[in-house]
Every structure is written in structure tokens, then in C-alpha cells.
Ligand binder design. Structure first.
Ligand code: NAD
Length: 481
């Protein structure tokens, strides 16, 4: 049966190729729970070949040497082709992980923007000059770092991959991308489009495979690599950081989260309910930034939860391929469903009561709101990565900040209030890489993105990506003689 399914290969040195030994893996559509495509399964050999191709393309090929204008043209050409193939790319992500097709289309648009933004950003970038009292000028060169390994997660397959690939390419690096094994197909399509756009061979390589003892581990322990950018679980981040340390390779780690969503009693309730729904039920909560902890001030707690539960129950649940669907009835895989379901066991709920939701059909968990769990419950402390939110009450601003900061994570937080001073004060006091006030998910790609604590190491975005994906060099010139 699998021979009839579409095939997605690795992309190495400008060609789509199978694994050397012909090994493959199925990719399963979580909605149908059937394989829908066959994917090349790589390991050490494929990883080594891809790194060698990227190394050769960096050391001897035209990409790092062609200059910003030409690279800018080629990257925009790739973005054009992605727009032409938007349906194919969106369908690949929807079938691989079950996200509603409208959300997958949004991810494709953002992925296109990742390329356009970083191509423009690199071409327009300035270099600092420091006139010195001694009659010298010191200036900065932003030279490409070399071979970049990009390892991405399954929750925003194309979007997270391009968030890494785009700045790396724009700054003149060559790349080996390893997408998550559960969501591999959009990466192959991206690799095919890069060839069609005219990127030279070896500039963007794609290797499929698993993490431990497979392609992922092979890529992160290869000494010919110059940068590793990783998004995924905090535990995996620790393993990758240790592997990179052996070769002194700089890493950028975007890791897990446990976003706190704080609603003060002066908030615009319609707006706060809207974003509280988006924060945890978009992509079925399989979002690092998910607002998985909700803290509401006592004066509006009951009213807020009544409105919130009603809005959660109104979400349109259906076939992810149907544009009318807002919430997918299937989580991304059986393994992930089993994990999320475990958070609805009494020992994880910490005395909390399920206001709405619970386990659904197949691999599904319905939009679930849990009221009043104890602050040390698993549901409050651990990343669930599913459509389950823990709601708690607070009385004072200080208490809200203390509760929000009381997990090992610190990726993001949200604050809803009409009090301007409080908005600034609370934002300053939250231990988080991003704080959204009266909104959520809104991004400016020039701003830093990353997390504190177990949520990551380093920042990407705009100049922060430039610093990671380049090897900044100081040149000191004698001016006065
Ligand atoms: P994961 O850590 O299981 O896997 C991520 C990637 O790492 C996959 O490609 C996997 O094959 C690879 N990998 C796993 N073990 C490896 C190893 N030993 N060596 C090399 N590669 C290895 O994460 P996931 O389950 O795919 O993604 C979900 C996680 O990602 C959540 O924790 C989520 O919060 C996080 N995430 C973070 C951000 C962010 O920007 N901070 C964004 C999206 C997702």
C-alpha cells in the first residue's frame, strides 16, 4: 500500500534523493490515523552527506560570495514560488499534524514573510563604525558563520523551519534542515522550491530522520558545523547543547513554555476572552507560546469563566481540511495524545475541576478549562502542549506576578488591563522573553524572540538573528597619519 503514497525524499546538494539504503518512514494523518505519505528515513550517512554538501557550498560555492543583492533576488524568488505553492505547503502541514487548514495557510503566509523580511533586513543592514580618538576607525563586518544546522519541531512545521532557514540564508550561510519526524513533508517541498528558485546546490539541504541515534544526533555532533539553531522541548535542548559543546559550536535554543495570561478586573472582557481562547485553543494548544495558565482577578473571575467556557464550546470542530474548522478533533500523533490525556488524570489536576472539555474521539482532546488547580499541580507546572488551560483566581498585582513567575519556564506572558501604568509595571516584572499587553501572537520580526529559564538560550529576530548567524568581525583602520 505504501508504494502508492506520495514520496518525499531528502534534498542534498541540489537533488531530491532517497536514503542510501532505501529506508523510509510513513507520515500519518492524525485525523484519519492512516499514513498519507512515505518519507525517506535518514541517519548518520545522510546527515554526513548533507553537511559535506553544505560545507562545500559554503567553502567554495557562490552563495556566500555573491553579495546581498543577488541573494536577495533569489530568496524573494523562493518566496514567490512558496506563494504559488501555498496550497500544497499548507496541505502538507495539515495532513502531517492535523492543524486546521486555515491556520496552516496562515503559517505559509508567515513563512513567506520570514524569507522576505530577512532578505530585506540583511540587504538593508548597516555596520557600526566607531571613530577613535587615536585617529583610527573601527568598523564591524557581518560575515556569514558557515554551515548552519536547523532542527525544527512539529507544531508549526514550515513556519518554524523557515524562521531559522531564512535568516541563515540571507546572511550567506548554507543550511542543513532537519524537520521533525512527524511533520517532514513541507520541508521537502521547500527544498524542491529552493532548487527551482535557483539556489546553488548544497545551499539548502533537507535531511529527514529521528533525533536520538539518528539524523538529529548525527547533525548536532558533526564538527564541520558552525551553528546549531534548535526549537523543541527543553530536555532535547539540553542534549543538543551538550553535543554542541563538545565541538564548541554556538547554539540558539527556543524551548518549551507555560505562558501565563493575567486578566485584571479593569480589562476589556470581550478582548480578553477572545485572546484567551486564541492563546490556548489555536492549533489545539500545541504552541510553545500557549496561554496555558490563566490568572483572573477575583472581581471578574466567575463572569470571565462563564463567558470563556461558552466561547470554548462554540469553536467549530471538524475535518482539519475543511476551511470552516477552527479546532481540530485530533492532536498531532497518538504518542502526543497519550501525553496530553495524562494531564486530565486526577493526580495531574491537583484538585481542579473540569469546567468544560475532556478527552474526545480518536486522538482528540476537546477545548478544556480546568478551574482552581493547586499551584503546584502538574497541570500548572508542566508544559502540556495541548488544549488544556488551568484557570486560577488572584487578588493583587503582586500575587499575579508571583504566580506567573512560579514555573521554570519564561517564554511569554499576557496582561489584560486598561491601566497604563500597571501594564508597564507588570510587563517589567514578568520573567518572560515576550509580554503581550491586551493582545497576543502579534509579532514584529525585528523584535527579540526567545525565552528565559527553561524556555531557551539566546534570541532570534532582526539584529538578534544577524548576531547569531554571522561571525562579526572588527576591522580597525588607521585614518590619520
Ligand atoms: P522535540 O524536542 O521532541 O523535537 C524537536 C526536534 O528535535 C525534532 O526535529 C526531533 O527529531 C529533534 N530531536 C529530538 N531529539 C534529538 C537529539 N537527541 N538530537 C538532535 N535532534 C533531536 O520537540 P517537539 O515535540 O517536536 O516540539 C514540541 C516542543 O517544541 C515543545 O516543548 C514546544 O514548546 C517547543 N517549541 C518551542 C518554540 C519556541 O519558539 N520556543 C516553538 C515551537 C515549539
Amino acid at each position: 500500500m505504501s508504494t502508492e503514497l506520495p514520496f518525499f525524499g531528502h534534498v542534498v546538494n541540489g537533488e531530491e534523493v532517497p536514503s542510501i539504503d532505501g529506508a523510509t518512514m510513513p507520515t500519518v494523518d492524525p485525523y484519519t490515523r492512516e499514513p498519507w505519505a512515505t518519507v525517506a528515513l535518514g541517519g548518520q550517512k545522510e546527515a554526513d552527506l548533507a553537511v559535506a554538501a553544505a560545507r562545500e557550498a559554503f567553502d567554495s560555492g557562490p552563495w556566500p560570495r555573491m553579495g546581498f543583492d543577488k541573494r536577495h533576488q533569489l530568496i524573494h524568488r523562493l518566496a514567490d514560488l512558496m506563494e504559488e505553492h501555498a496550497d500544497e505547503l499548507a496541505t502538507a502541514d495539515t495532513r502531517d499534524m492535523g492543524k486546521p487548514i486555515t491556520q496552516a495557510r496562515h503559517d505559509v503566509a508567515r513563512s513567506v514573510w520570514n524569507f522576505r523580511f530577512f532578505a530585506d533586513h540583511a540587504r538593508m543592514s548597516t555596520a557600526d563604525t566607531y571613530p577613535m580618538d587615536s585617529g583610527h576607525h573601527a568598523y564591524t563586518r557581518w560575515d556569514p558563520a558557515g554551515v548552519v544546522v536547523a532542527i525544527s519541531p512539529w507544531n508549526f512545521p514550515l513556519m518554524m523551519s523557515t524562521w531559522k532557514v531564512a535568516p541563515a540564508l540571507a546572511w550567506g550561510n548554507t543550511v542543513v534542515l532537519k524537520p521533525a519526524e512527524d511533520t517532514p513533508t513541507s520541508a521537502t517541498i521547500l527544498g524542491r522550491l529552493a532548487i527551482e528558485a535557483g539556489l546553488p546546490p548544497g545551499v539548502l539541504n533537507v535531511v529527514h530522520g529521528y533525533g536520538p541515534d539518528s539524523a538529529g544526533a548525527a547533525l548536532t555532533s558533526n564538527p564541520d558545523v558552525d551553528r546549531i539553531t534548535f526549537t523543541g522541548e527543553s530536555g532535547t535542548g539540553r542534549i543538543i547543547s551538550a553535543a554542541a559543546a563538545k565541538n564548541l559550536i554556538p547554539v540558539s535554543l527556543e524551548l518549551g513554555g507555560k505562558g501565563a495570561n493575567i486578566v485584571f478586573d479593569d480589562a476589556d472582557l470581550d478582548n480578553a476572552v477572545h485572546w484567551a481562547i486564541e492563546a490556548i485553543f489555536r492549533n489545539a494548544g500545541q504552541v510553545c507560546l500557549a496561554g496555558s495558565r490563566l490568572y483572573v482577578q477575583r472581581g471578574i473571575y466567575d463572569e470571565f469563566l462563564t463567558r470563556y467556557a461558552a466561547a470554548a464550546e462554540k469553536l467549530v470542530v471538524g475535518d482539519p481540511k475543511d476551511p470552516a474548522t477552527q479546532f481540530s478533533p485530533a492532536l498531532a500523533s497518538q504518542e502526543h495524545f497519550t501525553k496530553v490525556r495524562s494531564f486530565l488524570e486526577p493526580e495531574a489536576l491537583g484538585g481542579g475541576t473540569v469546567l468544560t472539555g475532556g478527552v474526545g474521539d480518536g486522538w482528540g482532546v476537546r477545548p478544556t478549562i480546568v478551574r482552581d488547580p493547586s499551584p503546584d499541580a502538574r497541570i500548572v507546572q508542566e508544559e502540556i502542549f495541548g488544549p488544556v488551560v488551568a484557570a486560577s483566581v488572584f487578588d493583587t498585582e503582586e500575587e499575579a506576578v508571583r504566580l506567573a513567575n512560579a514555573t521554570p519556564y519564561g517564554l511569554n506572558a499576557m496582561v489584560f488591563t486598561e491601566n497604563l501604568s500597571r501594564a508597564h509595571r507588570v510587563s517589567a516584572n514578568l520573567a518572560a522573553g515576550t509580554v503581550w499587553v491586551n493582545c497576543f501572537f502579534i509579532r514584529d520580526l525585528r523584535a527579540p524572540f526567545g525565552g528565559v529559564g527553561d524556555s531557551g538560550v539566546g534570541r532570534e529576530g532582526g539584529n538578534f538573528s544577524r548576531e547569531f548567524f554571522t561571525e562579526p568581525k572588527a576591522v580597525v583602520m588607521q585614518i590619520a597619519r
